[in-house]
Each structure stands twice: as C-alpha cells, then as structure tokens.
Design a protein around this ligand. Structure first.
Ligand SMILES: [Zn+2]
Length: 310
C-alpha cells in the first residue's frame, strides 16, 4: 500500500517491449519529477493544470521504441491507478463519436458481433456504444474503482476491476478487443498483447488507438508535449507499433492516423501555454462565450492499429 501523498522513487528498470532488452538504450529526456509528490492526481487522465512530470525517457538502440526507465513498482502503479479519478466526463460525448466511428469500420474485418472486450474502459461509455452497434455481449476491464462506480447500471456488472490479465476470461472468447488510449500506459505491453491474443477468437481483431510519438505537435513540442508524461511508460510511432504487434504474433491489417472529435475548449487545454493564470483566464473566456463547446473532427496526433489473430 502507498500512503496518500508519499514520494515514490522510480527504481524499477524497464525493458524494450519489442526486443526485450534492458539497458541498450539512449536517454532522450532526463527525469522531471521535482517539486511534486507522486500521488494519484498525477495519474488521473488529462490533467489540466500543474507542472508536467515524467520519468526518465530512453529510446531502445535496436528498435527505436521510447519508454520510461526506471519507473515505480507495479504495486505502486496499481494502487495509484486504482485511486485515480475519472476526469474526462465532459469529453465522453466526443469520445463515443470518435471510437464509435472506428468500431463501425471494424465490421468489414470480423465474422460476427458476438463478444467485445475493452481494456481500460473507464465508466463503460464505449461498451454502451458497442451494445448500440449490435454487439451481443460486452465486457470491460478498468483499474479505477471510481470510474467503475460511475458506470451505468446495465453495464457495471460487465466491468472487472483490476489490471488486465488473460485469466480474467476464457481463451478464444472475443471477436473484438479494443484499447483506447491505454497501450501507452501498460507496464508490460508485450504481455498485455500476448494475453489479449489468447482471448481473441481465431480471426478476431484488436484495435488500439493511442498517441503518435511522431505527430507534428509531438515533434514540435518535444519534451513539452503533453504526451511526455509520467503515465506513459511506452510511446509509439507507426514503425514501432507495427513491430510490437508482429513480435506478439498478430497479423497487422492496418496502421493509421485516426481523426478524433474534440471541443475547442479541450484542444485549448492541451496547449502548453504559460503562465498558467493567463491560460486559465483564456479558458474561462472560451467557456463564457461558449466557444469552448464547438466540436472539431481533427487529426490530433493519434496513432491507430488494427491487427488480427491468425
Ligand atoms: Zn528494442
């Protein structure tokens, strides 16, 4: 157990998720943790204010995959994620439209809509969309008990609390497995993908949408990019994500740059504007004029992959 506001020192070395080597990597950014306790606030999705913090980031000399190294123990992560709050409720409508759009596109790759699993399902809003699109059985896995507590009654019983593991479900169960903005967060993505492969039916597909390390904004902003973050243990581009899935024995069907629907206010919140009181004042102005509600369907630096169980 971790006490409420304790500092937690990163001491656990990580390995490259593709080639499996420890070390064999070059530092890209030194750790930036000063002046803030590592508590559950740091692990809640989409923090708006506060100084950005991240672990030391390194790039594998063999595969070019970027990762945090060293990090804190899985027990600390588990505890922090369990207590982290569900802070993106205001964006749920847009997220449903975005992920729902890509779920429809999966129809051409699958034989039937019998069972779907979402890893990192938050309050289950996407599982409800999957039901609306005709999936007969939907399941979710989510570490945050607070997020699950906010799930609607018809979906709550289908969400398992904890870190995803293959033993949560019988093998060959799912036509579709979805991972939206979760692949960057796993401590061992290669194990997660291997476990997910066991749970897919033969011919079943996995779709992941996560950050693109080579997006224009990430390249321009460098260490100041919102994606260089303590929550992101691994960050991918189109080459490294493909290599990871192929190493885990998937047949890669498509790597793409998804569009997503966002409000102007949310896009504004991602800008690395300083000082913060100016950013805050401008944000209040956007809210007051209701300009912040304007929806935009844009490529905002995400990376998608669709891959099949052979
Ligand atoms: Zn490597």
């Amino acid at each position: 157990m971790v006490s409420g506001k304790s500092n937690v020192n990163p001491t656990i070395a990580t390995k490259c998720a593709i080639c499996g080597t420890y070390g064999n990597a070059t530092e890209v950014y030194p750790a930036h943790l000063s002046g803030e306790n590592l508590d559950e606030k740091a692990f809640s999705a989409r923090r708006f204010y506060g100084e950005k913090i991240h672990f030391r980031m390194v790039k594998c000399n063999t595969c070019s995959l970027l990762r945090s190294d060293p990090i804190v123990s899985p027990e600390v992560y588990s505890e922090l994620y369990n207590r982290s709050s569900f802070t993106y409720e205001g964006q749920v409508g847009n997220l449903i439209k975005t992920y729902g759009y890509y779920l429809k596109k999966l129809t051409s790759f699958i034989a039937e809509k019998e069972a779907l699993l979402e890893i990192g399902c938050g309050n289950g809003f996407f599982l409800e969309e999957a039901l609306r699109q005709g999936y007969k059985k939907v399941f979710g896995v989510e570490p945050s008990s607070e997020a699950i507590a906010k799930a609607s009654v018809n979906i709550k019983a289908s969400i398992k609390q904890g870190m995803f593991d293959k033993n949560m479900f019988p093998p060959n169960s799912f036509d579709v497995i979805c991972m939206f903005q979760t692949l960057d967060h796993f401590l061992d993505p290669s194990k997660v993908l291997s476990d997910a492969l066991i749970l897919l039916k033969p011919g079943g597909v996995l779709i992941a949408i996560n950050h693109n390390l080579k997006s224009l904004s990430a390249r321009i902003l460098g260490e100041k990019s919102p994606i260089i973050d303590i929550e992101h243990t691994y960050l991918y581009d189109k080459n490294t994500i493909r290599k990871l899935f192929e190493k885990c024995n998937y047949e890669v069907l498509k790597v793409f740059y998804p569009k997503s629907r966002h409000s102007l206010g949310y896009l504004f919140s991602l800008l690395p504007l300083r000082p913060l009181f100016v950013k805050s004042a401008l944000h209040r102005f956007l809210d007051w004029t209701r300009l912040s509600k304007i929806p935009l369907f844009v490529q905002i630096g995400n990376l998608g992959i669709i891959a099949r169980k052979k």
